[in-house]
Design a protein around this ligand. Structure first.
Ligand code: GGG
Length: 338
């Protein structure tokens, strides 16, 4: 089968970790065809849009996308909206799967093995915001629908069933937001009934955050809405050793979008020191879940673990003895080609 991959490096360290991940992909799939496309803040400054139509078309055509990072400003810019949020919605890549598993680095916690399944297309991220009262009041609309909740819940429970996970924790704040989070809760619980072999529990998001800090090993699968999933998955990533090691895959009915959980990291961009592990492990998720190449996925994950176990690390893990993005990538590739 020929593999077609749309590659969008985006901003900042996206330009460093994505080429690294492609180098690793080529070790296991030398015939992959790469279609380059652009998106991000720099694209906006150059073209007046953060996600050109050509990019979205290419992403649709390939069906598989590797995205680096976006660097959206935290203040309103006329005509700008987040390219990654647009891309996830435009592709209807509606479930964002973010695993956190112990990796052999001193910053990771042994025994952690959880996955956050985050709804990816709605909630506050629909971006319906406005100001009133001459800018003294900011208002954002939170959208939760039955359809989007059903499909993300099915992804969570079907994945749990497929990979032999035992428990799904539904996370919401339905006691304060009964119309929106209340709908998420009731629809997720309805879907849960179709999967009686999986234990279901529910937690309010604040309690869920408390337990994620106190004992992350209590979690198996966390199913939640967009904003809570964004926050909880970054928290979880700390237990996996750090954001530099945290992969993700957004899945829909037709497409899959692999991207590291981390952002563009402007503080270290351009220095060649970014950790490519999250991007490389995102490629492994694409290999396994989208292309069905389980052996290749295992080989990539094994090579990353071997490289880390030997003590190879970038400076986000710890500074003493840290190596560059390229050197770390070479060590991973060496394990795949030896
Ligand atoms: N790779 C994920 C990523 O770029 N995260 C940062 C993020 O969510 N940015 C949103 C944006 O800048 O539009």
């Amino acid at each position: 089968m020929s593999l077609e991959l749309c590659v969008i490096e985006g901003d900042g360290i996206g330009k460093e970790v994505i080429p690294a991940a492609i180098d690793v992909l080529r070790c296991v799939a030398p015939n992959v065809t790469i279609h380059r496309a652009e998106a991000g803040w720099e694209t906006f400054l150059r073209c007046g849009t953060s996600l050109p139509n050509d990019t979205l078309r290419m992403a649709h055509e390939c069906g598989a996308v590797l995205f680096g990072a976006a660097a959206s400003p935290s203040y309103p810019v006329d005509g700008y909206s987040s390219p990654i949020v647009q891309l996830r919605r435009g592709l209807q890549a509606y479930a964002n799967v973010r695993p956190t598993r112990y990796l052999p680095v001193p910053t990771a916690r042994e025994g952690v093995n959880l996955v956050v399944v985050r709804e990816n297309t709605e909630d506050l991220y629909v971006g319906h915001e406005h100001t009133e009262d001459e800018g003294r009041t900011g208002i954002a609309e939170k959208v939760i629908t039955r359809g989007a909740t059903e499909r993300v819940a099915r992804v969570a429970y079907e994945m749990a069933t497929r990979v032999g996970r035992k428990k799904v924790t539904i996370v919401h704040k339905a006691n304060v937001l009964p119309q929106s989070d209340g709908l998420f809760r009731s629809v997720a619980l309805e879907i849960a009934q179709e999967f009686p072999h999986i234990l279901t529990e529910e937690l309010l998001v604040d309690t869920a955050a408390y337990w994620l800090v106190k004992d992350p090993t209590r979690y198996d699968v966390i199913l939640t809405s967009n904003l809570y999933g964004d926050i909880l998955s970054d928290m979880a990533a700390a237990w996996g050793g750090g954001l530099g090691l945290a992969p993700s895959l957004s899945v829909g009915d037709k497409v899959a979008l692999a991207e590291p959980v981390h952002g563009s990291a402007p503080d270290i961009a351009g220095q060649g020191v970014a950790n490519p592990t999250a991007a490389i492990l995102s490629i492994a998720m694409l290999l396994r879940h989208h292309w069905g190449r389980h052996e290749d996925a295992l080989a990539v994950e094994g090579a990353v673990c071997d490289a880390l176990r030997e003590g190879n690390h970038t400076s986000d893990i710890y500074t003493e003895g840290a190596i560059s993005t390229d050197d770390f990538t070479r060590r991973v590739c060496a394990h795949l080609t030896s």
